[in-house]
Design a protein around this ligand. Structure first.
Ligand code: PLP
Length: 396
């Protein structure tokens, strides 16, 4: 098909040409003198993205590796961890925790909201003997498009007076949705390269607090590849204990520069604005978003229910075949009931409008019942026309 493929899944995201060009270089000697400069630049750069003065660890791995790293570096066999069922990714993290020998307690959720700080606080308050060693929350649940309030989770832990570590998965929020590792007192932040950071898949990260580092000194789960200790010495001069993903690191240095050129606050505002416009389209179509809590709406993606009795996967197939656009599928219990629109990473107004036009045309061709005018509602949101109209109506 002519023209560019529209990759509108909620990650991996579109890789900007600047990042592609930055990676299109010969691979250098990862033990040679120039590598240390690159290593120091990306480790320092990622501190600014996580908003931390503490340590950042970079793995040549997908996000799942960084999930495992967070747990094996800080916990011992049999330790209890409190996790919140925000959706499919929280469930996967829980499964991983079980497999490596810790004991997760899962607070049930309905997949239509972010984590509930009050429920977390209440469970911690009951835990008088401090058996729970960590609270694990997915900041932006990519299967539902719900963003949890990490500042409120922190507050709930503090109000319960509980010493558990706070671990947060920011795989689909870092560099898209406001995030503050130090200010929110997060102990381990988990992230990946393939979403807000605008890189291909293949890098993942832990940002680590002093408290988490101290926990790692006595934690007994076996670890080698993921060991923060093994990283520490070489990272001091920008090197790694094993072969790093050199060309992805070239791209990471460029992506961090791009984020700072735009300004992180502008990046976050851009994502919120696109999320708002996408939700206007969904409402105008007469459809429902999976996220039912307006306080938890996501700036990175919008997950949408198709009407009962219709197939979301057939609609996505029609959209791919006719318009060369990939939309995210419904995951686990949302399979075939939901499609997900990714609006994160290297993304602008016209890309959003192309995406929403493709969704609207796809619904028409796939025979989904919908009201026309969603793309128009998004246009009005982006141009500010809806506010002007609303002000006019209020004045009348
Ligand atoms: N956590 C979240 C919130 C995700 O969106 C994903 C992947 O999409 C993961 C974890 C797993 O990361 P990966 O597939 O890179 O291993």
């Amino acid at each position: 098909m002519p023209g560019r493929h529209f990759l509108q899944i909620p990650g991996p995201t579109n890789v900007p040409d600047r990042v592609l060009r930055a990676m299109d270089l010969p691979t250098m000697d990862h033990r040679g003198p120039k590598f240390g400069e690159l290593g120091q630049r990306v480790l320092e750069g990622m501190r600014s993205v996580f908003k931390t003065e503490g340590r950042v660890v970079i793995y040549p791995a997908s996000g799942t590796g960084a999930w495992e790293a967070a747990l094996v570096n800080t916990l011992s066999p049999g330790d209890r961890v409190l996790m919140f069922e925000t959706g499919h990714f929280a469930t996967l993290w829980k499964g991983l925790a079980e497999r490596i020998g810790v004991v997760p307690e899962f607070i049930a959720g309905d997949w239509r909201s972010g984590a509930d700080p009050a429920a977390i606080g209440a469970r911690l308050a009951e835990d008088k003997t401090h058996e729970i060693k960590a609270v694990c929350v997915v900041h932006n649940e990519t299967s539902t498009g719900c963003t949890s309030r990490i500042d409120e989770v922190r507050k709930a832990i503090d109000e319960a007076g509980h010493p558990a570590l706070l671990m947060v998965d920011t795989i689909s929020s870092l560099a898209s949705i406001d995030y503050r590792h130090d200010e929110w007192g997060v102990d381990v932040t988990v992230a990946g390269s393939q979403k807000g950071l605008m890189l291909p898949p293949g890098l993942s990260f832990n940002a680590v607090s002093e408290k988490a580092l101290a926990a790692s000194k006595t934690a007994k789960l076996p670890r080698s590849y993921w060991s923060w200790d093994e990283m520490e010495g070489p990272n001091g001069t920008g090197f790694f204990p094993y072969t790093p993903a050199t060309n992805l690191l070239y791209g990471l240095a460029e992506a961090v520069d791009m984020l700072h050129e735009e300004g992180l606050d502008n990046v976050f505002a851009r994502h919120q604005r696109h999320g708002r416009a996408a939700r206007k389209a969904v409402a105008a179509w007469g459809l429902e978003t999976v996220c039912a809590n307006p306080e938890h709406y996501s700036g990175s993606l919008t997950a949408v229910f198709v009407p009962e009795g219709h197939s979301a996967d057939n609609f996505r197939k029609v959209t791919l075949e006719n318009f060369n656009m990939s939309l995210g599928n419904g995951l686990a219990k949302l399979a075939d009931r939901v499609f997900r629109i990714g609006h994160l990473g290297d993304f602008n107004d016209l890309m959003l409008m192309g995406t929403l036009s493709g969704v609207e045309m796809g619904m028409e061709l796939a025979g989904l019942p919908y009201r026309r005018g969603g793309a128009q509602a998004a246009l009005d949101s982006l141009t500010g026309r809806e506010q002007v109209q609303a002000a006019g109506e209020a004045a009348e």
